[in-house]
Ligand binder design. Structure first.
Ligand SMILES: Nc1nc2c(ncn2[C@@H]2O[C@H](COP(=O)(O)OP(=O)(O)OP(=O)(O)O)[C@@H](O)[C@H]2O)c(=O)[nH]1
Length: 299
């Protein structure tokens, strides 16, 4: 059974909210709020697939809400359909120019609302699929660098707003060039796949993710996790790779595949931007390499 789409209705008129809810709640999960301000708070905590947005409301009007949605990396991709008693072409074109996907005028026909919502959700589904395909690493089939950059940015914003910590782990397979040289590039590819899946297998919390950072490097992003917990998690990752026991005769530090790990966390006080988090983790990673590999250095 396919999951129902989540549709948020934002309208200050209780009758409109009720009619829209009745129109859509058979096919979709419908949520209702009565102001732009409440809509902006709602979408921060709940991922919605579509917003139906009234234009004229007390407080923030629909146009202002849309601008704010577009400015926020967490909400900028949510499709918005305006629903308004303003019939003029100027109003409609303003709404569409601001980035709304559609504009429905009141009084509305329930069957047309139903079809237009369905159409936008189909487009969103296809866009989500394309987005997912563009975010997966072709070799290991885990999230790629693009996914990492986008989601790290999102988590960074969340962490700044909430004041909760954010940790990043960078990992690099030790002496991997020697592995390729000794066992061949295809065996190297297989090894990367096994390591990737062992790492991903350690992620138990929904918000954590592991991505291929590039080459034989991987990254983990751990929202709301401070230094101590990040070190504990990194230790699990290191052990998981060790436990694969992939023979590596050419390695200098062990006879099997190992990884070196660098950790950075917003708790350290050194971090001023999301890129600094990656840079600090990278410094930790190179310190781990210098110290003999197969170890963790937290910054
Ligand atoms: N098989 C395979 N090898 C890759 C891939 N991407 C990067 N590599 C190899 O990974 C190796 C990385 O080598 P280096 O950066 O010198 O590092 P290293 O040998 O792991 O040494 P240290 O990091 O210092 O422990 C290179 O030989 C790359 O060709 C890939 O997709 N498949």
């Amino acid at each position: 059974m396919s999951k129902k789409a989540k549709v948020l209705i934002v309208d200050d008129d209780p009758i409109n909210r009720l009619v829209l809810e009745k129109t859509l709640n058979v096919e979709h999960d419908v949520f209702l709020v009565e102001s732009g301000e409440k809509a902006l708070i709602f979408v921060e905590t709940m991922q919605v697939d579509l917003i139906i947005l009234d234009v004229v409301m007390p407080g923030l009007n629909g146009y202002e809400v849309l601008v704010k949605l577009k400015e926020n990396p967490i909400t900028h991709a949510i499709p918005v359909i305006f629903i308004s008693a303003n019939h003029s072409h100027e109003d409609e074109s303003k709404g569409l120019e601001l980035g709304a996907m559609d504009y429905i005028t009141k009084p509305f026909s329930v069957s047309i609302v139903r079809v237009r919502v369905r159409n936008q959700l189909l487009i969103k589904q296809k866009n989500d699929l394309l987005e997912m395909l563009a975010s997966i690493d072709g070799l290991t089939e885990i999230p790629n660098r693009r996914y990492l950059d986008e989601n790290l940015s999102r988590e960074w914003q969340k962490s700044k707003r909430s004041g909760l910590p954010l940790s990043v782990i960078l990992m690099d397979i030790d002496h991997f060039k020697r592995y390729n040289d000794y066992y061949g590039h295809r065996a190297g590819d297989d090894c990367l796949k096994k390591v990737a899946h062992a790492l991903v297998g350690q992620c138990e919390r929904g918000n954590d993710f592991i991505a291929r950072y590039g080459g034989e490097e991987f990254a983990a992003v751990l929202p709301e996790i401070g230094k101590l917990e990040a070190v504990a998690f990194a230790s699990k990752l290191r052990k998981a790779v060790n436990s694969l026991n992939i023979e590596h005769t050419g390695s200098i530090n062990a006879n099997h595949i190992t990884i070196s790990i660098g950790i950075a966390t917003t708790e350290s006080g050194k971090i001023g931007a999301e890129q600094t988090l990656l840079e600090e983790a990278d410094i930790g990673l190179y310190a781990a390499k210098d110290a003999g590999r197969d170890r963790i250095v937290a910054r």
